[in-house]
Design a protein around this ligand. Structure first.
Ligand SMILES: *Cc1c(COP(=O)(O)O)cnc(C)c1O
Length: 496
């Protein structure tokens, strides 16, 4: 059955999966959603016999229906290979009555790799299918993690270029080093004199710049987006929930059909939405536990039905969850509105205008699959420390937020259903926060010295992703002003 994609905001014509991936965002500003979610056509016992790549094919073929089997298998084989440091790709670690689904074994040691290692192949395949001759230029603003994962994914992929803008003084030393040492003739990294919002709004302006688009068209380029609202990022994320469940069946930890809970540290609502889609496609999930940090907009939303971004933005120790506008939530709103695009569009207009909206009681009733809560920075640190003291397992701060929220859920509900916790980053990416949670003595050490300390106490080898950049030469040493971004793009594209 062919699955087409339509916008959450309008009733414009539906497009194929490959077009939706190329376009990223619908022209009316809405997000592409599948017209109907298909059901799995393999049983859970069959999934239990598959490796990661086979699982990926069986899940993704149901949603990316205009890709041929050969195309899809090519994309999957290119993505999930030796750049992951384990054959399992996404292994499960059983720690203290929960399973941590480790999504950080890719090239940049954060979960963004799960989707960004396949997106470049999906995108270039989609371009071919749609007879697009232009080179695709990926433009990204990053506060740290997305930029590096996108660079690693697109580096040296024929037919693409990638350009990343980051706030010069707004990322961690390790994050900056990861980006400025990026190899690949088609990559460019630029530090801007401004904050993340300046970078983000600058990129949005470039996407909307008609004059620039014409200049690029003349030279055979067009923009696309590797942002988390692209369905080419959402679909690959459904895979690892199916894979995790199937591994539990295979190991005899659950019976096929038995319900599990899933806990996800959430920012833009992409990862947890993928779990929700997996549930709707037939994976036996009972509760989707949505974990937030001090920026607890989603917790308030699940509790009251009112979404309100009018509040202070709090910089926390789990920066990838510091978000007040959770973009992918729009896809859930659309669904609980009975796929009523007009209703969703008016709520999103209220969000853009007043910074808030409230759903109806009828819509709120459809949120029963979700439980929301949050953990403060102190609770996050306490969680890192106590789990380490009990088990020697070291969590990164984002995963620690999820673990702390899961404990609150258990206490509140008494529900002891077996639970998978999405583990979204290696602790090596956030050594300062992780080690400070354990002992004050680490406060004065530099970030690379801290990685050695972490190796000593955790017994987990320093990942290649860190060793490789430590002495790597800086290949990108360009900075620009907030209003110099367009010029920077043109300079990059002029070069042959
Ligand atoms: C991006 C990110 C998240 C949040 O994921 P969403 O899909 O945006 O909800 C959580 N943890 C880490 C480490 C991340 O990089």
């Amino acid at each position: 059955m062919e699955v087409l994609y339509r916008s959450t905001r309008g009733n414009e014509e539906s497009v194929s999966a490959s077009k939706a991936i190329l376009e990223g965002l619908a022209s009316d500003g809405g997000l592409f959603v599948p017209q109907a979610l298909p059901s799995f056509d393999k049983t859970l016992d069959e999934f239990a016999q598959m490796d990661y790549r086979q699982t990926a094919y069986e899940v993704m073929k149901l949603l990316l229906t205009d890709f041929t089997e050969e195309e899809l298998r090519y994309c999957i084989d290119k993505a999930y290979d030796g750049k992951f440091d384990t054959e399992a790709i996404a292994p499960l670690a059983e720690v203290k009555n929960a399973w941590y689904l480790e999504l950080f074994h890719g090239p940049t040691i954060a979960f963004k790799d799960m989707a960004l290692s396949i997106l470049p192949y999906l995108m270039t395949t989609a371009a071919k299918k749609n007879q697009i001759k232009n080179e695709i230029v990926i433009l990204t603003a990053t506060s740290g993690d997305t930029g590096k994962a996108a660079l690693a994914g697109f580096a040296d992929v024929p037919g693409t270029r990638i350009m990343v803008f980051y706030p010069k003084d707004g990322v961690s030393p390790i994050q900056e080093k990861q980006m400025v040492t990026q190899t690949g003739a088609n990559t460019r990294v630029i530090g801007i004199h401004g904050n993340f919002d300046d970078a983000q709004s600058g990129v949005k302006k470039l996407f909307a710049d008609k004059e620039l688009a014409a200049w690029m068209e003349e030279r055979g380029y067009q923009f696309s987006s590797a942002n988390s609202i692209n369905i080419g990022r959402l679909v690959p994320q459904i895979v690892y929930y199916v894979y995790a469940y199937a591994q539990l069946v295979k190991e005899g930890r659950i019976k096929a059909g038995e319900e599990i809970n899933v806990t996800v540290p959430t920012g833009n609502f992409g990862n947890i939405l993928a779990a929700y889609y997996a549930k709707n496609m037939g994976l036996p999930i009972k509760k989707l536990i949505c974990a937030s940090n001090d920026n607890k907009v989603l917790y308030d939303f699940f509790r009251t039905g009112a979404y309100d971004r009018n509040r202070d933005f709090i910089l926390t120790t789990s920066p990838s969850m510091d978000i007040l506008i959770s973009s992918n939530l729009e896809r859930l709103i659309y669904r609980i509105a009975g796929e009523d695009a007009a209703c969703n569009a008016s709520l999103m207009a209220a969000l853009a205008g007043d910074g808030k909206y409230e759903i109806t009681a009828e819509m709120k009733e459809k949120l029963g699959d979700f439980y929301g809560n949050y953990a403060t920075q102190e609770e996050c640190a306490a969680q890192i420390r106590s789990l380490y003291e009990d088990t020697d397992y070291v969590l990164d701060p984002h995963t620690a937020v999820a673990a702390a929220v899961y404990n609150k859920y258990k206490e509140e509900t008494g529900d002891t259903t077996k639970t998978v916790i999405a583990s979204t980053a290696s602790p090596y990416k956030f050594t300062r926060t992780v080690l400070s949670a354990m002992d004050e003595k680490y406060a004065d050490m530099d970030d690379f010295a801290l990685t050695e300390e972490l190796e000593k106490i955790s017994g987990v080898k320093i990942p290649d992703a860190i060793t490789k950049i430590r002495n790597a030469p800086v290949l990108h040493n360009i900075q620009c002003e907030k209003d110099g971004m367009k010029q920077a793009v043109m300079e990059f594209l002029e070069k042959q």
